[in-house]
Design a binder for this molecule. Structure first.
Ligand code: ZN
Length: 361
């Protein structure tokens, strides 16, 4: 994610924190100080928030490690003021695998609760004074409460919460992935509407959560529709035989010239005709800024190469491109290219087919 600070690697997963996090820390310091609390209370509150985000990292790591069990790589975990996001490359369509990955996050929070519980002072629950003032006596109590809340909130059966995936995975055992997603997204939308309506009575923040849930359900549904649609086609149907390429020894200036003189936006970077990477229009523009026009394409290309064969179902190729966040994928075997597929062509195929379907009605 853009504008994120790299914190380090835990168990091979890169952890980032988004810059907006600084706002959260600042807001806590200012609001606790304005409430007239002393320095130690401010520090305890800040400590609690950092501990909560530590638990969120562990929650996301739970997803990541469960994914690794099924060879699903997690690119990174990013911490936002609203929580954490684990960027898994693909979500498996196998219901059992999705179920295990989805449950692994909330399970971590339940485990934290079980570990901390014997050490917490339960009397603080009734002491309203201490609810305002976080200190050594009620720190663990708060941490336990938040972890319980994190586990339960994430188990609400609506996308994008883990519970939405749990529900879909359970339904998919009988209904299959596509139908299960449609049913799960309808149930999720009902939850979203319920949040939205109760928001007017209780808290405006619920209104936003409600809208977010409804949109997420819509997104999951359209994702499945796209995959089902593309599954009817093969890479061969949208292959581009005329491969736009740039030599790796070219300068950024040369690449910019190619960009201006052609319609192409995505290029295969080659060394002596052999593919060694890819570069997009945006990457060339960015290179102009970072390394300047004399810089070499060799040093700014994306080195990751993903190959599909001409008979690969189009949904599979599309998913690989989505996972890699790349607008193109190579067709052929290691080193020998027969063509490329671009995201834009897939979008055109979808546009054309939906227009054709409209005219038949
Ligand atoms: Zn989760």
């Amino acid at each position: 994610m853009k504008y994120s600070l790299y914190l380090g690697k835990i168990l091979g997963v890169k952890i980032f924190v988004h810059w907006t996090f600084a706002f959260l820390v600042g807001w806590i310091v200012i609001s606790t100080m304005r409430a007239g609390l002393g320095v130690s209370a401010v520090l305890w509150t800040l400590g609690l928030v950092l501990a909560i985000f530590g638990c969120i990292v562990l929650h996301e790591l739970g997803h990541a490690l469960a994914g690794r069990k099924y060879k699903v790589q997690t690119k990174h975990i990013t911490l936002l003021p609203i929580g954490g996001v684990a960027q898994l490359e693909t979500i498996p369509e196998n219901p059992k695998q999705e179920l295990v990955i989805a449950l692994a996050g909330p399970a971590v929070n339940f485990i934290i609760v079980l570990i901390l519980y014997p050490f917490a002072n339960s009397h603080t629950l009734l002491d309203t004074e201490s609810l305002m003032n976080i200190g050594a006596s009620n720190f663990l109590f708060f941490l336990i409460t938040v972890n319980l809340w994190l586990a339960l909130f994430n188990l609400i059966p609506a996308f994008p919460m883990d519970g939405g995936r749990v529900l879909r995975a359970l339904l998919a055992i009988w209904l299959g992935h596509g139908k299960a997603t449609r049913v799960a997204s309808v149930i999720g939308q009902l939850f979203g509407i319920a949040f939205f309506l109760t928001g007017f009575v209780y808290s405006p923040s619920l209104i936003f959560i409600g809208i977010f849930i409804v949109l997420s359900a819509q997104y999951e549904k359209s994702l499945v529709q796209t995959v089902e649609f593309l599954h009817k086609y093969k890479v061969l149907d949208v292959i581009i035989r005329d491969i736009p390429s740039i030599e790796s020894s070219s300068s950024v200036k040369d690449a910019a010239q190619v960009l201006l003189s052609t319609q192409n936006k995505n290029f295969v970077v080659t060394t002596n005709g052999k593919p060694v990477g890819t570069i997009t229009r945006d990457e060339i523009v960015k290179a102009m800024e970072t390394v300047g026009e004399k810089g070499l394409i060799e040093n700014v290309k994306s080195a990751k190469l993903s190959y599909v064969s001409e008979s690969t179902p189009l949904d599979e190729a599309w998913k690989i491109m989505q996972g890699a966040k790349s607008p193109l994928i190579l067709v052929g075997m290691n080193g020998s290219l027969t063509g490329i597929v671009e995201e834009e062509n897939i979008a055109e195929l979808m546009l054309l087919q939906s227009a054709a379907a409209m005219s038949k009605r």
